[in-house]
Design a protein around this ligand. Structure first.
Ligand SMILES: Nc1nc2c(c(=O)[nH]1)N[C@H]1C(S)=C(S)[C@@H](COP(=O)(O)OP(=O)(O)OC[C@H]3O[C@@H](n4cnc5c(=O)[nH]c(N)nc54)[C@H](O)[C@@H]3O)O[C@H]1N2
Ligand SMILES: Nc1nc2c(c(=O)[nH]1)N[C@H]1C(S)=C(S)[C@@H](COP(=O)(O)OP(=O)(O)OC[C@H]3O[C@@H](n4cnc5c(=O)[nH]c(N)nc54)[C@H](O)[C@@H]3O)O[C@H]1N2
Ligand code: SF4
Ligand SMILES: [Mo]
Length: 710
């Protein structure tokens, strides 16, 4: 009989609840083919975040389980240069032997590991342990560097802790004012918009985006305000709002005095950002800025939320910091019914940044340089603290070292299609080509896997057990609904098998529950303390928000009494606009803005394999204002070339009055010559090491036909 499994969506951090019901006998493995129906049906399940709703990606997620392009056996590159199917022992022996050889020749740091925010907590934890103990390398980082790092850095320095939303999402329902800075939730987390209804009804939904997005349109008809600043000017905008809040005495003085430090420096730092100056930088009218500041201060229950649009910049940490400063001056964080948060993106973007796949981190959000943290984790791992390597380097620097003298010679990739999603991908392609060994674990031959020497096919979400931590900091269960195809393996098993072949004596459990039990111990006493959570608790459906120390009931809301710094106070950190942080468009150039479409997820490695999603958005396009198009002699549907010193992208023009005339938008979901990241810079934020994904400078020309300049 088919037993329905309550689980959550494989994609984004909203982790919508769904029920999977097998359409085949769950223990029977059928072959993938064009004709094979999805082996499970998907139904939305009631849950506080999605309330039964799912987006298109969630609804169609099961189609990938038997997709004809799914990998069914390990692949190894042969002498003929092509990938060939092989057995698991052969593939794992080859990886282990190559890793040993490279490590012996050039040191363990010549072997790099690249993780992902889509991995379960168990996989992320075991991957960090595998890198440090089985390989002995410090060179591990992950794609969350591209995603969460700026907001995380800002949260850590202001609050002393980084939990994306320090309150349950449902709290937003009671808001009368919500400021959304650089996030297009209507496309990136559709069921989320249900939580904006209260603010809309109160006329208080405020969306800051250079494009009139589906989210911006939710403000129409008196439901709020869309503010459309020039890309990359949010820091100036926020300094301007803070200036007004201070000048008009809208500051919550009591709160600032009792719960924060640093006010004087912030006051001084915004003194010169009077509204007219901000208007000249951002293009947002001074009058609008004043209205906005007053609404935020007097608009009842108020939330300020940031997304990638303000964070993925070379000044992303400072911009997120300015958003937090504004929230603190208004007395929002920690007050019931108001707050600040960042909307974490990947399925396990929150848990993925807590358990040790970051270059500077050990499980429980511990710092790898902290002797006490090292001693604690070493005890759990049964090793001497000195065997744990020190800090490594963040993702972009790791990739820049590929194939270079003293750099990484072998790379193991778990959960990222980095040759599509990394900045300046032309340079990344060169780096990957210069490697001695590239190993990719994936379900599909992604663009990155296609370049690998060894590809290891793994189970998908509906075929595995584990836990994820949603954007709320709530730990939830992923449950197995069906058996995987015969040729694929669980990633925990792969790590354990490789560790054994590398002669590592530490324990690598393959049962996710046992791995979680170890993670609990490793996280105990850390910032992200999971020690009070177990599978039984999660299976009961009880909400489990971290920190959840043993014997406690977890922490749905943080900061009610104190912030996580030792003195309990939040830090107001003065930040300023760095004039030359990013190149400005010259004559004939426009600012390239990148981001997402509803239908595709990230690099598109998964969603471009779902026919319904691909048909709806088959290829990259350049969205531009009709005025810009006219200036450049471009008509709707024309093939165009976008170019800058880093690379060239060919796509078609789509005209839309919804984007500012000084910007062009290209989604980053496509590979090869359509990869928007051929044009993005690998310059990074000095604090978070987040690359500049959101604003780059390009030239656009019309092509007579694809590939031929006009
Ligand atoms: N459909 C879909 N949903 C997803 C994902 C996906 O790939 N596809 N990915 C998930 C992940 S990992 C993430 S991180 C989230 C991201 O979720 P979002 O942050 O909502 O996504 P983005 O589209 O990257 O960026 C949001 C908006 O920022 C705007 N923007 C660009 N530059 C600027 C700027 O300088 N200032 C301001 N104020 N805005 C700017 C863009 O126009 C865009 O509308 O989505 C998650 N959900
Ligand atoms: N220009 C531009 N670039 C961007 C962004 C942007 O806004 N603009 N956004 C950035 C952001 S926020 C993010 S999060 C990144 C994401 O970009 P990527 O890191 O490329 O993320 P995905 O496309 O989700 O790639 C995940 C890969 O791992 C596979 N996979 C899924 N689950 C698992 C698993 O459990 N184990 C293993 N081993 N593999 C798995 C999938 O099939 C897929 O091939 O892109 C970044 N790049
Ligand atoms: S919003 Fe995110 S979690 Fe929900 S169904 Fe869509 S992709 Fe899945
Ligand atoms: Mo992300």
């Amino acid at each position: 009989m088919s037993v329905p499994s309550p689980t959550h969506c494989p994609y984004c951090a909203l982790q919508c609840a769904m029920t999977l019901t097998p359409t085949v006998r769950p223990d029977v493995v059928d072959a993938a083919s064009d004709a094979a129906p999805a082996p499970v049906t998907v139904a939305g399940r009631d849950f506080p975040t999605n309330r039964g709703g799912l987006c298109k990606k969630g609804w169609t997620s099961a189609e990938l389980l038997r997709a004809p392009s799914r990998l069914g056996a390990p692949l190894v590159r042969g002498a003929d240069g092509a990938l060939h199917e092989t057995g698991w022992d052969e593939a794992l022996d080859l990886v282990a032997a190559s890793v040993r050889r490279i490590s012996a020749e050039s040191g363990a740091d010549a072997v790099g590991v690249f993780g992902g925010g889509g991995l379960t907590n168990e996989k992320a934890y075991l991957l960090g342990k595998f890198a440090r103990l089985a390989i002995g390398t410090s060179r591990i980082d992950y794609n969350g560097r591209y995603c969460m790092s700026s907001a995380a850095a800002a949260g850590n320095r202001a609050f002393g802790v980084d939990r994306g939303l320090p309150f349950p999402l449902e709290d937003l329902d009671g808001a009368s004012t919500i400021l959304l800075l650089g996030t297009n939730v209507a496309e990136t987390m559709p069921p989320f918009i249900g939580h904006l209804a209260g603010a809309q009804a109160a006329g208080g939904l405020i969306v800051v985006d250079p494009r009139r997005t589906a989210t911006a349109r939710l403000t129409e008809e008196g439901r709020g305000l869309h503010v459309q600043p020039a890309p990359g000017t949010d820091l100036a905008l926020l300094l301007g709002l803070i200036h007004i809040v201070i000048a008009e005495r809208l500051v919550d003085a009591d709160y600032v005095a009792t719960r924060t430090v640093g006010f004087e420096a912030v006051r001084r730092s915004v003194a010169s950002w009077w509204p007219e100056r901000v208007q000249s930088v951002t293009g947002v009218a001074a009058l609008t800025l004043r209205r906005l500041a007053r609404r935020l201060a007097g608009g009842g229950n108020t939330y300020i939320l940031t997304g990638r649009g303000v964070e993925q910049h070379v000044d992303g940490t400072d911009t997120a910091t300015a958003a937090i400063n504004l929230a603190l001056l208004l007395g929002l964080p920690g007050r019931q019914g108001s707050g600040y948060g960042t909307l974490t993106g990947q399925g396990n973007g929150q848990g993925g940044r807590e358990h040790g796949q970051k270059c500077d981190q050990l499980p429980g959000y511990r710092k790898i340089v902290d002797p006490e943290a090292r001693a604690h984790v070493a005890r759990v791992w049964g090793v001497h603290p000195d065997t744990i390597p020190g800090p490594g380097v963040p993702a972009v620097e790791l990739l820049q070292s590929l194939g270079r003298p003293g750099g990484v010679r072998a790379l193991l990739v778990h959960g990222s299609n980095l040759v599509v999603s990394s900045p300046n991908v032309a340079a990344v392609r060169e780096g990957l080509a210069a490697l001695d060994l590239l190993v990719v674990c994936d379900f599909f031959l992604s663009e990155t896997a296609a370049l690998a020497d060894v590809v290891l096919p793994i189970t998908q979400w509906a075929e595995e057990e584990g836990t994820m931590t949603s954007l709320e900091g709530r730990v939830i269960r992923r449950r197995r609904a069906i058996a995987p195809p015969a040729g694929v393996r669980d990633e925990l098993w792969i790590l354990a098998e490789l560790a054994r072949r590398l002669g590592c004596v530490a324990t690598f459990d393959t049962d996710p529950e046992l791995v979680f039990e170890e993670l609990r111990l490793a996280s105990e006493g850390g910032i992200a303390d999971y020690s009070g959570i177990d599978y039984q608790l999660l299976d009961s459906g009880a909400p489990a928000y971290w920190p959840y120390p043993r014997g406690s009931a977890g922490t749905p809301r943080l900061f009610a009494d104190r912030f996580a710094h030792p003195d309990g106070l939040a830090r107001l950190v003065a930040v300023s606009v760095r004039e030359f942080a990013r190149p400005k468009p010259g004559d004939g150039e426009v600012t390239l803005v990148t981001g997402r479409l509803l239908e595709h997820y990230q690099s598109g490695a998964q969603t471009r394999r779902v026919p319904e999603l691909l048909d709806a958005q088959p290829a990259a396009f350049a969205s531009m204002h009709p005025a810009t198009a006219e200036r450049l002699g471009i008509a709707d549907g024309d093939p165009v070339e976008l170019t800058n010193p880093r690379g060239t992208v060919h796509c078609v023009a789509r005209l839309s009055p919804d984007i500012r005339p000084d910007a062009v938008f290209v989604p980053f979901h496509y590979g090869d010559e359509q990869a928007a990241n051929l044009l993005t810079s690998d310059a990074v934020d000095p604090i978070s090491a987040m690359p500049e994904f959101k604003t780059n400078v390009v030239r656009i020309t019309r092509l007579v036909e694809a590939g031929v300049p006009a």
